[in-house]
Design a protein around this ligand. Structure first.
Ligand code: FVH
Length: 289
């Protein structure tokens, strides 16, 4: 019986770039897979690889116990599943969303059979060594779906609170977008000055990789609430150099708006706490600060 093997059958709702990658990976790993998408025509390659095309969402959900949703937003998930009987189903929602949305969906669809997920990969890397997916919500649902979920990359279960996966996902994306903002500013700056961005890129990668080594020290400072502990480069020195970044950008015709908020916070914190590390500025991020 297919459902009793280590390759439980799975329904995939949503065949965007990510949904297709997930379905492709499940099929390659031998999981019987039923697929559904609002707009027809996105499943041809999957059907050729062995997927079963469902005509309606209800048919897709009825097909298998494990139902995986990867749609644009959680509003879409709600819209697509409204009125569809989910009795006896495990809903694994891999759609990007907030912790509050995940908790609300768990309440609506049944906390004992709802699992929320945050995909930390892009479609081409699904199933590869760098992909990992964070899960939270029902532990029994996770255990049952695990053989399928592990095909996507490392599966990490964070706990019973359905909002935990989204919290970690959003925090990781926040770190990524902060980095991308700096990267785009740096590339725009060298381009504006007539330097090849492609030639500069390896230096930037090398520098960011080295600087990523500081994340653990920052984290320890935050956990201890001791921003002056193990300081490597003090805030007063960094704030004093900040205008060089924005002045150089403006001189090259590059608007420093991606960096400016960080400089403002550094200056404010450095005024009273020049000996701290950069981490001291988190005190200014508290809504009441
Ligand atoms: N792609 C990525 O790099 C990231 C990696 C991390 C996780 N995200 C999240 O995954 C969700 C899906 O992303 P995606 O890349 O598959 O997105 P699209 O290719 O744009 O596909 C969107 C699917 O959603 C369907 N859809 C949209 N609106 C509706 C609706 N009102 N009713 C039914 N389905 C809807 C859409 O269907 P269609 O337009 O083809 O008919 C696609 O199946 C997402 O949360 C990312 O943040 C991806």
């Amino acid at each position: 019986v297919a459902g009793m093997t280590n390759n439980p059958p799975v329904t995939v709702l949503g065949l965007g770039a990510m949904g297709r990658a997930l379905a492709r990976t499940l099929l390659a790993a031998g999981h019987p897979t039923t697929v559904w998408n609002r707009t027809p025509g996105k499943d041809d390659e999957l059907v050729a690889a062995g997927a079963v095309r469902a005509a309606t969402v209800a048919d897709a959900v009825a097909a298998h116990r494990i139902v995986l949703a990867c749609l644009l937003t959680n509003d879409t998930v709600d819209e697509v599943l409204t009125g569809v009987p989910l009795d006896g189903r495990i809903l694994v929602n891999l759609t990007n969303g907030t912790p509050a949305q995940a908790r609300a969906l768990a309440t609506a669809y049944g906390p004992d059979r709802y699992l929320d997920g945050g995909i930390m990969a892009v479609p081409p890397t699904i199933g590869g060594p760098h992909a990992f997916v964070l899960y939270s919500g029902s532990a029994p649902a996770y255990d049952e779906a695990r053989p399928a979920l592990e095909t996507f990359g490392e599966a990490r279960y964070l706990g019973a609170d359905p909002g935990l996966a989204a919290l970690h996902d959003i925090a990781l994306l926040s770190g990524m977008y902060g980095m991308v903002g700096g990267v785009l500013h740096a590339l725009a700056l060298v381009r504006a000055a007539g330097v090849s961005a492609t030639g500069f890129a390896p230096l930037l990668t090398r520098w960011l990789t080295a600087m990523a080594g500081g994340v653990g020290r920052y984290a320890a400072q935050l956990d201890a609430g001791e921003y002056g502990r193990d300081v490597v480069s003090n805030l007063g020195m960094q704030a004093a150099a900040w205008d060089n970044l924005t002045d150089t950008a403006r001189a090259e015709g590059v608007d420093p708006r991606l960096l400016a908020p960080l400089g403002d916070l550094m200056r404010r914190r450095a005024a009273d706490h020049p000996d701290e590390d950069l981490t001291g500025i988190v005190e200014l991020l508290k809504e009441t600060a």
